[in-house]
Design a protein around this ligand. Sequence first.
Ligand code: MG
Length: 442
Amino acid sequence: MDMRERNIVHLDLDTFFVSVERLRDSSLAGKPVLIGGLSDRAVVASCSYEARQYGVHSAMPMKLARNLCEDAIIIRGDMEMYTKYSRMVTEVIAGEAPMYEKASIDEHYIDISGMDRFFGCMKWTRELRRKIIHHTGLPISYGLSVNKIVSKIATGEAKPNGELEVVRSQVLPFLSPLSIKKIPMIGEKTYHLLRSMGIQTINTLQLMPVEMMERVLGKNGHEVWKKANGIDTAPVKPYSERKSISTERTFEKDSTDVVHLKELLVSMVEKLAYELRKKQKLCACVTVKIRYSNFDTHTLQKRIPYTSLDHTLISTAKELFVRLYKRRILIRLIGVRLSHLVGGVQQLDLFEDTPEMIRLYLALDKLRYRYGRKSILRAVGISNREESMKCECDGSVGVVHTPEDSPLPENIRQRASWQMGGSTFKRLWKINRSDYLTGNRT
Ligand SMILES: [Mg+2]
């Protein structure tokens, strides 16, 4: 248990995407609304409470959602708009909170420990919530408790448009009757496993010996047990827009070869984007830096809608490079930085009608993970590889693979799972080798 009593707030916007759409079009209020791609094969990125009453939930295939709720209004998502509102909310919080973490596009944690000596914690948070609603027009809920996990679960119980405080002495009684599903760590798979053992409420987990949990859930068992018991020492990590991931490359021989420089830029962005997705983060700012041979250094940055996908990041980086590289003199160094990082998975920013795109990304990342990042690169980035490499393909989304250290089988059975809106998605499909190498979407 924590020695020092903490006061942690978790704020979460209610059906964020839907709420933003309702600001734009007030006739959507009170109606079942689905946000996502428009085709049958798209998935639901967000849905209103009215739609949830029909059993619809986020990450559900759009076709199924439409069958369940025939009257639903379906809207293609607009990440640019959501990013704008997300920033507005963060700005209000930044203006009031001593220290906060932006956990995702619609979630913040604030550590207000010690605040009660000057001002009631609940009173302060209630005022902050009112301010956010006043400035943005968006409904938001919060939980206030002794740590992040209990506050987050409390927010879930407070929704929609509510607030809930769980004091230290109430933590266990608060958690006990709740479904094990309410523990954020418990995904679809773990949930079904525990349910098959007859475990339904958090109370049962609380009563189980931790060793038994470890036997059932492996190394996650201990974490789940702690969460069930309301134990969480994770600190609120201060958010800064400056926090970033970056890479740069200095040339032994200064270069003016624009084609080569652009290719290099693409491979650098790919590397960073893969890092982002591996860390389950999205970014909303791209910076490109160039240094001329006379050591003049120039940087340019651009804010973009939250993303972790190569094609958006690459086009932004290229655009910045073209704007930066004005003088046709030798370049000594080139660098890329991605900042304004928040938690989130790549599916979030894809409201396209093509789940193939998502599948392609997942498949490529899976291979990168398995065979090493350098095994798969966009065809345009190939010539920049440090090591010698055979190009087996061409085309803008082509991929290439190093045959010597990791031969691909003829047919690749690709199993991928990803999480979205608290649910886990799974897919199994087969891609033949040549399609993989040419980037054909199957
Ligand atoms: Mg939310």
